[in-house]
Design a protein around this ligand. Structure first.
Ligand code: AMP
Length: 284
């Protein structure tokens, strides 16, 4: 496994490795969710590049950039065991050198949900993903359905800017109690960790109501809110039933629907989602 820190060395490596090349972008502090992407990339490509980059431009001024968990030695050992060929771990000034001045804005897809709660977040995400696509030039790239809006932003920029990368979405990997795996789960105190499965419980309530025939989005949102209200440590930020493609809020669920939510537990912000009405892997 090659460890690369510079853009120039990455450019050389991408021309030397066998194709097809699969890319797995991450911010490190790897868990089974990340590793599921690496395994899929390994099974489908001759070469696998994993990037570890805590992208400063996708964090707001009052967010957790400085505190974001980092454990490069452990990450590298995990990636070696999964058979990654290249780990690209650039320092911030390699990605954003002095004078950096170009931003990629995916407009409407970035507006609701996470975009509304975290102004500028998707500008940072879209910009860094474009840069990673250009630096690595993958044939395929692997992302988690856990970050459903991010996935839509990336599908949009990939098509709008003609990158022609095959985007693959992988299902959310969960802890045994349902909590979606996330590097940020490390912030939770034991009490908060015990409360955190309420996030997935709210999504399960949505799935149950949908399975019972409910099609009014407001009724499903209210059921999710009721579950969250049962946990005093959980402060909901938004609860959404939206079109999985446009992310517009629905009144009537008459096709696949994305049930998603953001919840604060203490200072930790957790997001999760499920797709109602279809297998999430069959989404466009
Ligand atoms: P991050 O390091 O949080 O930026 O995540 C890197 C990639 O891993 C993104 O495509 C995420 O959607 C994906 N990912 C994060 N958590 C999970 C999870 N629990 N299950 C599946 N994929 C995940």
């Amino acid at each position: 496994m090659r460890l690369i820190h510079s853009v120039a060395e990455m450019a050389l490596a991408r021309s030397e490795v066998e194709r097809p090349l699969g890319l797995v972008p991450t911010m490190g502090a790897l868990h089974e969710g990340h590793l599921s992407l690496v395994r899929r990339a390994r099974s489908e490509n001759a070469s696998v590049v994993v990037t570890i980059f805590v992208n400063p431009t996708q964090f707001g001024p009052s967010e957790d950039l400085a505190a974001y968990p980092r454990d490069p030695d452990r990450d590298l050992a995990l990636l070696e065991a999964e058979g990654a060929d290249v780990v690209f771990m650039p320092p911030p000034k390699e990605v954003y050198p002095a004078g950096y001045d170009t931003w990629v804005s995916v407009e409407r897809t970035s507006e609701p949900l996470e975009g509304a709660s975290r102004p500028g977040h998707f500008l940072g995400v879209a910009t860094v993903v474009c840069k990673l696509f250009n630096m690595v030039r993958p044939d395929r790239a692997y992302f988690g359905q856990k970050d459903a809006q991010q996935l839509q932003v990336i599908r949009r920029l990939n098509s709008d800017l003609n990158f022609d990368v095959k985007i693959n979405a992988m299902p959310t990997v969960r802890e045994p109690d349902g909590l979606a795996m996330s590097s940020r789960n490390a912030y939770l105190s034991p009490d908060q960790r015990r409360a955190a499965p309420v996030v997935y419980a709210a999504l399960q309530a949505a799935q149950e109501l949908y399975a019972d025939g409910a099609r009014q989005a407001s009724a499903v949102r209210e059921a999710m809110q009721r579950v969250l209200a049962s946990e005093p440590l959980a402060q909901p930020e938004y609860v959404s039933i939206a079109d999985p493609g446009t992310l517009a809020e629905l009144e009537l669920i008459d096709g696949p629907a994305l049930a998603s939510l953001a919840v604060r537990i203490g200072t930790t912000r957790l997001i999760d989602n499920v797709v109602l009405g279809t297998d999430e892997r069959s989404l466009p």
